[in-house]
Structures are given as structure tokens and as C-alpha cells.
Design a protein around this ligand. Sequence first.
Ligand code: FAD
Length: 489
Amino acid sequence: QKALVWLRRDLRLYDNAALHHALKNNAQVWVTFIFDVRILKPLQANDVVNGGLAHDRRIDFIWQGLQQIDEALRKQGGGLIVQFGESTECIPKIAQALGVNTVYSNHDYEPSAIARDQQIQTSLEALGISLETYKDQVIFEKKEILTNSSTVFSVFTPYKNNWLRTLREKDIAAYECTPKTGQFAEIPKVLITPFPSLESMGFCPTGIETYLPPGSEGGEQFLEDFLHRIDQYQIGRDFPAIKGVSYLSTHLRFGMLSIRGLVREAHRRMLAGSMGATIWLSELIWRDFYFMILANHPRLADGVAFKPDYDNIEWESSAHAKTLFQAWCNGKTGYPLIDAAMCQLNQSGYMHNRLRMVVASFLTKDLGIDWRWGEAYFAKHLNDFELSSNNGGWQWASSSGCDAQPYFRIFNPITQSQKFDAEGKFIRRYLPQLDKLSKKSIHAPWEAGHLELEAAGILLGRDYPLPIVSHDEARKKTLMRYSVVKKVT
Ligand code: FAD
């Protein structure tokens, strides 16, 4: 028997469900990855730099991760078949050219991916080839964790409790992926094409590897570093200036690390009494939760509110609102924590979780702008962009999502700053022009006295913006805006 393993968002050669089953059931196995034009095309329009090439850190990150996989496969006599085209066409063609009996892949939960996979399954079946898919990127999927009355959960804490009660060793056991000698077969001549360069696909190198080492190798390196800190996770995780979180989301997003391996580590340490590991495991369960929510409510991918009444809210959409949105995107709101956070995103593709919550609240509750605008901006810029978690995070921030809160919260961007960046260390890192302000004034420079501003060499409106909105007035407006849903929630 011969098989083709189609990698998508599971870019690793260890503990991979599809690869495990392919190796177990077949004498010869090939591995492929398609840079899908349908996914890349819209990204090519993003941030086009000189020479007409687009700057997208994720494509670069994937590309570098694939080089590692190719190298590892070559050492074992095979190689990675990489093509740039439409996967709906490429996969059946490659499978046919190789003469395989089965294509193996792992489940994807996004509606567009599900539709694509169905189309490919039909094409493969017409060629007499079957498509086998497996659960791999979550611990429990779609309907595996249900309420006592067999319905889907919509609130996190009871879901998490049930998730933890259900967990057995077999759910987090690693899939053996060791090939027999010669099992990774040589790529036939007709399929040998050069590994497409980033430039040939319309993208430029981004330098992401200088701060986020790609592939399973990079993931392992970050994981090892985090495991030295995991026991203090609960203490440091809310403070963006310190290295308190794992920074593993991008490796997880592309499956360069196995979720089973991470949960195994966290769970073992939780049982040994580590509070940090217990809280970190909760975060990994949030990830499963949002995958489950999207899988059961695919309409969320169409931009509708989880709680439908929230679609009655009238968001600001005037030309002025568009200017405010641009100020938010560019980190020029005049609120230092918001601006530093947006600079972190724009410069690196990462934003700390506390800051994602604060900037999302600011956009929706201080500027009165539709959460979907922010969701789209994050989708374009986050290295770890994940439809399920991003949508979940934005709907949580705009109060329209899965949330046990009875009504809605409005974060105060100044008190959040005082609490989570008390010394202004994070702000100073991204807004060096404010460096000379005291730790008292750095959270709201317009409240600093003239003398302090002058001594710091800052003229507000020239060196740093004046606040584009008054939080107190915005709060009142938001209470009005949300009154359309107040009675029904
Ligand atoms: P850690 O704190 O080390 O957490 C470990 C892992 O747990 C993360 O890598 C992630 O996989 C998972 N996780 C943590 N928090 C959450 C959460 N709230 N929801 C779901 N999973 C979580 N996360 C994404 O992976 N992709 C997104 O597109 C995304 N968009 C977000 C948008 C908003 C508005 C908000 C509020 C949150 C969003 N998150 C998203 C969740 C969270 O901010 C990131 O997962 C986290 O900041 C990644 O950093 P880390 O790996 O250091 O996290």
C-alpha cells in the first residue's frame, strides 16, 4: 500500500496523527505541502513593499519550517513535495501521479477548509483514492465534551471542568511516527520541482527567524525555555514587560509543536501541584474551547455575533470613525499602553494577551468601532492568527461572545496601564519618546504638568498625540450604545 500525507497546519514529523496512521498502514509514504493560491492571493495584497513583494511573516515562518521538514525527510531517503497552486487541483494530481491508495490528513475546523476538504475527497474518490482524516490539533473536538443534557457548552468554566474530568492518558499519548528504513519513498522524477522561493510566490523574507525560531526545532527551544518559568506563570502572565508567558502560540498555530505534548507537560505538573502549570493548562483549554465553538457554530466565520442581539448595536462608521480607526491601527491614540501594544503588533506580529484584551476593549468601547474591524486587523497582522481564538477574543471583548458576565465590562485604559505596566517599562520599550516621563505620568501624559513635559522634551500633539477620545465621555456613549442589548441579556 502507498500513501500521501498532506500537511496543512500540522507542520511536524513527530506525534502527528495523520503521519502515524500513514506509516502504520503503508509500505511507502510521501509527504506534501501546498502553498494554496486561494489562501496566499488575498495576503499578497497586504503590506506590499518595494519590488511588489508582500510582507507576511507567517508565509515566511511556514516556508522556513518546511525547509526543516524537507531536510529531515531527505535524510531518510524521501523529501517534501512542495507546490504552489490550488490544493483542490494539486492534491488529486500528486496522489494520482504517485499512484497512492490513500491520502492522509488531519482535521481542520474552519468552514472554508471543511468545504475544500470535501471537494478534494470527491475528486480523490473519482480516482479511486480515499481520504483519511484524523483529530490532531485539539485534545477534544466538536462534540466530545458535552453538558449533562448532551448539548454543546457555551460557557468556559463548566466546559473546562468537564474537559479535565474527561481527560485520560490515551488522549494525550504521543503518536509514534518512526518510519521503517526506506518507508519514506524517493520522490518520482515527474514530481521533482524546485522548492518554490518566497519571491516566486510574491512574498519577501521578513526576518521573523531573528526573534521567533521556526519549525519544531524553534518550538522545542521556546518550550524548553518556558518550562523553566512555567511554575511562575500565574504570577507573571499579566505583565507585558516581563517574560511571563510561553510565546508558543505561533508554533502551535502551525502545528510545529504537538498540543498533546504541551498538555502532557502541563497536566503532569498540575498533578504535582504547580499552580503555574494549572493556569497555563487552562489557557490551552481555552484554545480547545474556541475550536469547539467554531466547529459547532460555523456561522461565526461569517462575522455574526455569537449572541445575536448584539448585532443590533450601531457602531460608529463616519469618516471621523475611520480616522480614529487608523489612529488605533498605527498606535497613535494618545493612550500610551494602547499605542505601545499596537506598535508591538505592527513591529513583531505578536501582542501580549492582556494587551489584546485592552486594545480590543478600547476599539469597541472607547472608539465605538465595530469589533469586526479590529478582528480583521488582527487577522492580517498576528503571526498566531487563528480564526477560532481571534473571533472568540474579539467577541469576548465586545461582550457579544461566550462570556459568563451578565452584561458587559469596559476596561479603563489608564488604570489597566497603571496596574499591568506600573513602571511604564513596556510603554518605554515601544514609545521611546516617552521614556523621560515619570512612572506616574507615563500612563496619561496629558495629565503631566508643563514642567515635566518640557523637561522630558515632549510637546503633546507634536512628539506624541493628545488623546483622541475622552475615556469618561466614551464610557457614557458606550452605555447608551449598548442599551439596545441591555434588556435582553
Ligand atoms: P500563553 O499565555 O503562554 O498561553 C499558551 C497557549 O494557550 C497560547 O499559545 C494559546 O494557544 C492558548 N491560549 C492562551 N490564551 C488563549 C485564549 N484567550 N484563547 C484561546 N487560546 C488561548 N490566540 C491565538 O492563538 N490566535 C489568535 O488569533 C488570537 N487572537 C486573540 C484576539 C483577542 C482580541 C484576544 C483577547 C485574544 C486572542 N488570542 C489569540 C488569545 C491569546 O491572546 C493568545 O493565544 C496568547 O496571547 C498567545 O501568547 P502565548 O503563546 O505566549 O500565550
